[in-house]
Design a protein around this ligand. Structure first.
Ligand SMILES: Cc1cc2nc3c(=O)[nH]c(=O)nc-3n(C[C@H](O)[C@H](O)[C@H](O)COP(=O)(O)O)c2cc1C
Length: 421
């Protein structure tokens, strides 16, 4: 398997004085478990919320505190040494106070002076009470920070806050922050899909025979949600239409505009409704090929089940949607095949009017549904291909977007789609 973008990378994790700093040990632990080198720096107030000893133990490095900046034993200014060491700086949680410091260039703490002295990409995740987040001064500071080059913004999520109110202000879950770190390391902090509106589909569909039985497949939706999440973290506005999901961390859905469906017909209707307003479509859903030819609103007794069961084909959503697309809209399909059968995947791509197709051979050892790795090839209509090594699905989603990022902006298809001729 190729290296996860986290392996061996030098990540400086900085925390401010917010109750959300209690989530930090989990992030640090995950980063270290995935092979990253991690150092931590705390603001003076953050020391009230999270244990420097816990962070030192989890990162296997001393935790950098305000007092260390003024330690005469430091051979170089600590903020410069840390800033030059880091390949990526993560500030999570970012308080309103430190946000103001950064927006106005105030280097009066070890934490703010380190970030101001760093040329590395910055992942910034503010967390605060909803009213604070809505305050015009805080918003103005956030807007100013968002203009920094190589800034990956991770806005607060909605939920129950420590102040007992419900609203926007929560620090994203550590699992989601981990994916933000992956995205920032993959692109060097450049939000290379910014300005794009992307529609994604994911998951299986369920085609009900009666109230308790259905035809479906073992797709978890993990690959499609990973595509949606990575596009979002790289700056795209993403809408996700998904069937019943499994093996997908709930926090991956937090930053996405989602719509949950059950059947192929519902999925087709929701995608068609959104299609005119997007630049491109990612069809990663494993739509059931057949639905029962007879159905019953109630549960059939076992001995009354139709046998043999008549089947009818479900609509080919990728082909139907491609046929409705304008020449400036693109569509990426996925073909899960038993083997690496390029000819079959290319035939699918051409027949359905797709622009690219990811051929993923699920029959090869160690690959498949759920949280198992994936891999294969990304094929273009002209037969040109790019290999996708066997890797974790979220890493593979990053690799696919890296391969396509240059082409999806200002896309223009060279010929009509087959169904239009
Ligand atoms: C219990 C408690 C919780 C706090 N939570 C937050 C918070 O979530 N976000 C925030 O911006 N400030 C929060 N504050 C206020 C900051 O700690 C305060 O503004 C401090 O000056 C931040 O300094 P720093 O950015 O250097 O850590 C909280 C304060 C207390 C006492």
């Amino acid at each position: 398997m190729p290296a996860d973008p986290l392996v061996g990378r030098r990540i400086l994790v900085a925390a401010c004085g917010s109750i959300a700093a209690v989530k930090l040990p989990q992030l640090v632990s995950s980063l270290v478990q995935h092979g990253a080198q991690v150092r931590c720096v705390l603001s003076p107030r953050a020391e009230h919320f999270v244990s420097p000893l816990a962070l030192a133990s989890l990162s296997r490095q001393p935790c950098n505190l305000e007092a260390h900046q003024w330690d005469p034993c430091q051979p170089r200014p600590l903020h410069i040494a840390l800033a030059e060491w880091a390949e990526l700086v993560v500030v999570a949680p970012l308080s309103a106070t430190t946000l103001a410091r950064l927006a106005h260039g105030l280097a009066d703490t070890l934490l703010s002076s380190t970030i101001l002295a760093s040329r590395a990409p910055l992942l910034a995740a503010p967390a605060m009470n909803t009213a604070m987040w809505d305050a015009p001064a805080v918003r103005a500071n956030w807007q100013a920070l968002c203009h920094w080059p190589r800034l990956l913004p991770m806005v607060p999520t909605r939920g129950l806050l420590a102040c007992d109110s419900r609203g926007i202000g929560r620090l994203p879950d550590p699992e989601l922050l981990l994916q933000g770190v992956r995205a920032a390391l993959t692109t060097g902090g450049v939000t290379d899909l910014q300005g794009l509106r992307i529609l994604c589909s994911a998951g299986p569909t369920w085609e009900f025979l009666d109230s308790v039985r259905c035809l479906t497949n073992p797709s978890s939706g993990r690959m499609g949600v990973a595509m949606a999440l990575m596009a979002c973290l790289r700056g795209a506005a993403v809408q996700l239409v998904h069937g019943p999901l499994s093996n997908v961390p709930a926090s991956w859905l937090d930053p996405l505009d989602t719509c949950s469906v059950v059947s192929a017909t519902e999925m087709g209707a929701e995608l068609a409704h959104r299609l005119p307003h997007v630049h491109g479509l990612v069809m990663a859903a494993a739509v059931a090929d057949h639905s029962p030819g007879v159905t019953n609103a109630m549960k059939w007794p076992k001995d009354a089940l139709p046998n043999p069961l008549p089947l009818q084909g479900t609509p080919d959503l990728a082909a139907d949607l491609a046929a409705r697309m304008r020449g400036d809209q693109w569509v990426l399909g996925f073909a899960a095949e038993h083997e690496l059968d390029r000819a079959r995947a290319l035939e699918k791509l051409r027949r359905k009017g797709l622009d690219w197709i990811v051929l993923n051979p699920i029959g090869l050892a160690g690959r498949g549904f759920g949280n198992r790795p994936n891999g294969g090839v990304l094929l273009r209509a002209d037969g040109e291909e790019q290999g996708l090594a066997c890797q974790d699905k979220i890493t593979m989603a990053g690799a696919i977007w890296s391969a396509l990022a240059g082409e999806v902006h200002r896309f223009q298809r060279s010929g009509p789609r087959p169904n239009l001729t």
